[in-house]
Ligand binder design. Sequence first.
Ligand code: ATP
Ligand code: MG
Length: 719
Amino acid sequence: NASAMDAILRDLTPPQREAVQHIDGPLLILAGPGSGKTRVVTHRIANLLHHGIDAHQILALTFTNKAADEMRTRVQGLAPGRPVWMGTFHRFCAQQLRRYASMVGLSENYSIYDTSDSKQAMKRAIEAAGVSTTHTSPEQIAASISHAKNRLIPPEMMTDASSMTARDAIAARVYPVYQQQLLTSNAVDFDDLLFHFARLLRENPDVRSSLDQHYRYIMVDEYQDTNLAQYAIVRALSIQQPNLAVTGDPDQSIYGWRGADLNNILDFEKDYPNVTTVRLEQNYRSTPNILRVADQLIRFNRRRKHKELFTDHPEGDPVVLRIYEDGYEEADDIADQILDAIHNEGLRPRDFAVFCRMNALTRSLEHAMRKRGLPYQIVNGLEFYQRKEIKDLLAYLHLINNPNHDVALLRVINTPTRGIGAKTIARIQQHADRLGIPMLEAARRADEIESLPKRSASMVLNFVRLYDRLRVKATATLEDLLRYLVEETQFNDYLERTSVESTTNNPVANVDELINAAVEFDLQHPDEGSLELFLEQVALVSDVDAFEESDDRVTLMTLHAAKGLEFPRVFIIAVEDELLPHRRSRETEAQYEEERRLLFVGITRAKQWLQLSHCKRRSIRGDMRPVVASAFLTELPRDDMRLVESSVDRDFFENEYSDGGYPDSWDLPAIQVGDDATASDDQTSQVQPPVITDEDVCQLPDHEGDDDVVREAVATESS
Ligand code: ATP
Ligand code: MG
């Protein structure tokens, strides 16, 4: 009816409307931040529904579960009715693989290994493959294998790669062993979800064709961050029905380190020759001041096409660049500014976000906010499920769901402690490896293992009996199962014996929290085989999923997690050398440019007001070190910005810049700590970069980028 149609098309510019009303044929929406790409996708889904297209024929792939949830709510508002499938690539592939598990050598109750499970499995595979890790590390081997999977290279092909580095050569020997062990465990890692499904589509034309027919309309938001496997999947599903609509902004591609391939978007017009391309040039999010800063910065990237972006919004406040003495001052001042704006300008905590390059940097901020009673949320959905006690219980659930899950077995066989030592476990593992059977099966046959003392064997058999008791409950509600599990294993006694409670961590309360999650899940899934579904959901929680827009809290998150979001006021902290750009990004220009895009993404999240800051010193794991401002700060349009020097040391600023503004020759050394009026020359020469370990950094660039040869291969195969 007319009013529904009006709601769909109202508040759209002519080019946005063109994209929304496009129905058949490929569509590319290429536009800068805040220009309404995501809004167009949402309204387009509503428009398709309004034109009588069945909800189940539409597939909307998003980058995070959160983005999917938001889109779902908006579409429901515009076109109520049967829901459209919206979610991440990984979730979509996970569901399809349940259906077609046997075609890739899995059974339908297969498990999804999370990052730490995969790490365990990788260690075991490296041992079993007998390769030396003196010149490489398990992480590097894992990265090589992941890279291969993202480019759809199967184990048997990795050795064929023409230009193989020494590291890849070692990885090529581990890869088949790792893959075989995963299959034996009836498990997949994250990359496998895409890899198996892409292969399945390639090797089974009937399946491909029927899914292609089924999903008539496919949409992908944030297409600039898809990797080759994702590319191959959407390509394979849009051959007979090429109604594929993608949106993207090459300047916001920030997942190259995970194998994302910018060419996917740059070549879209080549891949789909009769494509309709829509460009959106009006920004609806930010003030001109903020947009100018973003634009100036991104112009320094060489590998890009320039896009004009304009806005009708009023000028707004200048962007602030603030220099602090140290991270504590930075945290206190930001918390004060927020509090002040809440008291004096009528803003709400939810209007503010603080972004940083890595999670570890939020700690002093948390402290500062707690001290002032400011409500905040740390967007790191993974965190809860990474807690030891939660991982332990989940491992039991995994093993109950999938008895072949060796990583889970290793985790729980002696947790809570039941006298099964490392030697015993090693013997079970060897036995399992020798026979090519899952470890639980080997444990069941503990009596057969000659090297195993009687006493150890009987402990192991006790564990197997416990397992069998738990397994009987697999079909109970999730809540009953969990309560029974906690009881049978005397889990809370074990926690009280072994863990240290602190103000920020209470393990027993965390267990209750998990049970609460189970209760809620049972309510939502009353008649489904809920255990498997629950485990899948937990495994696919991504780091932005904990973000609750409805909560009235200040948001603390990484720059990566901020993608696609917007906030009235934004602080970006620690814009410092070694962090942003990250120290590892120096190796190639491509990586360095990706760091610049990451800052660009952060800047363009701000609607009305933005502050960038850096410190002179920062405490990294208790160690106070001098730090250097990010070179990116020298690329900003300083005449348009407001520079504020830290309160403690105003002399420094006044002496250095007597005109009170930015000097024309403002450059990196000018804000090194060595120029601090109180620092001696000696200190200048001793400026040392902070030592940041990989553990501290949420994401590390690790991949070189494009591989045209593989792309070509995929392109020809799918056409
Ligand atoms: P990003 O690249 O950051 O993902 P985007 O292009 O997806 O950005 P949206 O998030 O869809 O942009 O839109 C940015 C903001 O502008 C949103 O608040 C949206 O509601 C608003 N907006 C978009 N188009 C219009 C319009 N025609 N009229 C009013 N507001 C609009
Ligand atoms: Mg968007």
